[in-house]
Ligand binder design. Structure first.
Ligand code: GSH
Length: 281
């Protein structure tokens, strides 16, 4: 598996890169970013996966997430994939809406036509891209963790719950926690997985917890001024599910913050310290 370098820039003594490769999973070219902090020759470093939200590419968090200073200090590799396949032959939303299709892969492997061929973001972020990154960067595969925002928060929490031994820590900014119950999620899961809601449960954080999935604990920040909080995010459902299942949840409701990268970048350092603590040794 070969990768093509799109760009590299030195930052905080490390290297911020953007790379392109031909993805088997999606059948398209995919672009992702990797920050490698300064490190001694031959060292293998822990890796934090960041899954982005609706409308994003790798570029949103790479340019606005303000993660590099903490990653450099803590010795963390930071990887940001795209949120969907892209290209002239990739089908999107029939009405070009922002919440389905391009930029809105929802971290599932679609089973419904015409999406099943390309929309395989679950396989991409949990299988293909980790292998590619391990082959090309100084990664310690035993020390991985995952975080995400909004749709990517949903991705991070479901990826962690279904692979608790692979991802030692998981956190989220303004995650969708119960996609089966909210408009963004119902539209996406119907479109990608079909109308049988039983097939959605594997991609619904609250449903996974209700069905017995366990995890060592989550850090979740939400903004009290987030316009999506009440209709789409519903963090109270995650709180109830975690309390009932005995999963430790640190849920912080941040007054005045909205859904944007001004919110994410403010708390990015806290999240990276949480991850670094759990990726030690
Ligand atoms: N701005 C969009 C909503 C989608 C949105 O807020 N996307 C979030 C993730 S769910 C985001 O990160 N957008 C890109 C950015 O802020 O850079 C709209 O209403 O049209």
């Amino acid at each position: 598996m070969t990768i093509q370098t799109v760009s590299t820039n030195t930052s905080y003594g490390g290297v911020q890169g953007v790379y392109r490769h031909a993805s088997q999973a999606t059948g398209t070219d995919m672009v992702f970013s990797v920050y490698v902090p300064p490190h001694s020759a031959g060292a293998k470093l822990p890796v934090v996966w960041y899954l982005s939200g609706l409308t994003c590419t790798h570029a949103n968090v790479t340019e606005k997430g303000e993660f590099r200073k903490a990653c450099a200090e803590l010795g963390l590799i930071f990887v940001a994939p795209d949120t969907s396949p892209r290209g002239p032959d990739v089908p999107g939303d029939a009405n070009n809406a922002y919440d389905f299709g391009l930029g809105a892969g929802f971290y599932v492997d679609a089973t419904q036509e015409p999406f099943a061929r390309n929309y395989r973001m679950w396989s991409y972020v949990t299988d293909e891209l980790p292998k590619l990154v391990a082959e090309n960067f100084p990664v310690d595969a035993k020390r991985q963790s995952v975080m995400g925002h909004s749709m990517g928060g949903h991705g991070a929490l479901t990826v962690a719950l279904r692979n608790p031994h692979r991802y030692r820590a998981a956190s989220a900014f303004a995650p969708i926690v119960a996609p089966s119950l909210v408009p963004w999620g119902i539209k996406a899961l119907t479109g990608y997985l079909g109308p049988n809601k039983e097939t959605w449960r594997n991609h619904d954080t609250v449903a996974l917890i209700e069905d017995g999935a366990k995890y060592s604990g989550f850090l979740v920040d939400v903004g009290e001024a987030d316009n999506f909080l009440k209709e789409q995010l519903k963090p109270e459902l995650l709180q109830a599910a975690c309390t009932k299942a005995g999963i430790p949840l640190t849920l912080r409701r941040q007054a005045g913050y909205d859904h944007s990268y001004y919110f994410i970048s403010t708390f990015m350092g806290d999240h990276l310290h949480w991850h670094a603590e759990r990726l030690k040794g």
